[in-house]
Design a protein around this ligand. Structure first.
Ligand SMILES: C[S@@+](CC[C@H](N)C(=O)[O-])C[C@H]1O[C@@H](n2cnc3c(N)ncnc32)[C@H](O)[C@@H]1O
Length: 387
């Protein structure tokens, strides 16, 4: 196979050449490598390093005693970076013979041949057979067909990517329902909708194995969503975790929304503000998306490392760290357009909201949006005050 050499963080890898004739796409190359996902991998290195360090100090473990599996490895770049830059005990797996051969070559050029285990086989078979402290699922499109096996395998942390944002965010409604057993809505907070629909599915998959999840750091960036979830075993913990599943009732006329926790819950059919019929999204995850202390540890990891996408990665984690734990956000531009007035500087709007006694923050989901516990009526009053 024709290859070129790339470097991400402290790791080198042979990957397929850049598609140049417009006919060959990244996904049609014999082994997959997407340079756009370097940011995702930089964040993975920092997040998994932060989590492993917490584990190692709580349980007096060496980093090399913590097991990590990159179940869908392709070139191996993700798992090899975890082995080389974090020092975990790494297993890499892919069912493609070409990928398997390339992973071996990439392990060799990083002096990792004796330090990592490379498997050729079905990810689901491997994950149903073996247990790992950290399980990483980074597939083409949807992760859902790997979630049962990943839930069975995982002991401490599950890291999951989904790139099928159209089904997740409600743009391809039937596909979203088929894949995620939930109804997404294509609304202005569709990126958050996608993340919460995926998390809802993961919580239900883990629950079948009596495991509960605690989101540590979850983000929606460009064309994908990514979640780092601490996992704990136990029926009581799982029952408690499932209480954070529920539904969102959204009014497509005035954009007011209400949040309803629980799987057996009464959801109002009419908008409390304008009386129009609401659309219902769910079941989805309504609990927190981030753990503040964990985000601080990820920031420390990012700061102390040489990473290609460090600046962007830091910005995402900082925004997530400071984001309010409130489901859904409002897009200021959309609201002011409806009112026929111009938008105000975001900092001023946040100040006005907090000055009126509400909580308010920016959100990593969108630069023109904010999160608040104020209702739509109060938000509109503030915007009108500044017309
Ligand atoms: C999106 S790529 C992985 C990208 C990689 N994680 C990275 O960061 O560059 C998905 C890989 O999963 C492999 N794959 C798909 N289904 C699989 C399965 N059931 N078992 C094992 N490998 C699988 C494909 O061959 C492909 O190499």
């Amino acid at each position: 196979m024709k290859t070129r050499t790339i470097q991400e963080g402290g790791t080198r890898a042979l990957v397929p050449p850049v598609p140049d004739d417009g006919q060959l796409s990244i996904s049609s190359a014999s082994v997959f490598y997407n340079p756009e996902m370097e940011l995702n991998r930089d964040l993975s290195v920092a997040s998994i390093a932060a989590f492993s360090q917490i584990m190692s100090s709580r349980r007096h473990l060496e980093m090399s005693e913590i097991t990590y599996v990159d179940a869908l490895s392709a070139s191996g770049i993700r798992g090899l970076r975890i082995a080389k830059e974090v020092g975990l005990n790494v297993t890499l797996n892919d069912w493609s013979e070409e990928a398997y051969t390339l992973i071996k070559e990439n392990a060799a050029i990083n002096d990792l041949t004796d330090k990592v285990r490379i498997c050729l086989g079905n990810a689901n078979a491997l994950l149903h057979k073996e247990r790992y402290n950290i399980v990483d699922i980074d597939p083409f499109g949807s992760p859902t067909t790997y979630l049962d096996a990943a839930s069975s395998s995982v002991i401490n942390m599950l890291a999951v990517t989904a790139t099928d944002t159209a089904p997740l965010c409600g743009a391809h409604l039937n596909s979203g329902i088929r894949k995620y057993s939930a109804v997404p809505l294509n609304v202005e907070y569709h990126s958050e909708m996608g993340l919460r629909i995926m998390l809802g599915m993961i919580a239900r998959d883990l629950a079948r194995h009596e495991k509960a999840m605690h989101p540590m750091f979850c983000h929606a960036t460009r064309h994908y969503v990514r979640a780092y979830l601490e996992v704990k075993k136990g029926a009581n913990k799982t029952d408690k975790c499932l209480k954070d599943l529920g539904f969102i009732a959204h009014c497509t006329k005035c954009t007011a929304r209400s949040v309803h926790y629980g799987m057996a819950v009464h959801i109002p059919e009419k908008c409390e503000l304008c009386g129009e019929e609401t659309s219902i999204a769910g079941p989805l995850w309504l609990g927190p998306l981030h753990n503040r202390e964990f985000c601080d540890s990820v920031l420390v990891q990012l700061t102390n490392r040489e990473l290609g996408k460090k600046e962007y990665a830091v910005k995402i984690v900082e925004l997530c760290r400071n984001e309010l734990d409130i489901p859904t956000f409002y897009d200021q531009h959309l609201l002011t357009k409806k009112l026929g007035i111009s938008a105000m500087p975001m900092e001023e709007l946040l100040k006005e909201l907090t000055g009126d006694g509400f909580k308010a923050s920016r959100t990593h989901f969108s630069g023109t949006s904010f999160k608040t516990n104020a209702g739509l009526k109060e938000i509109l009053d503030i915007l009108r005050r500044f017309r």
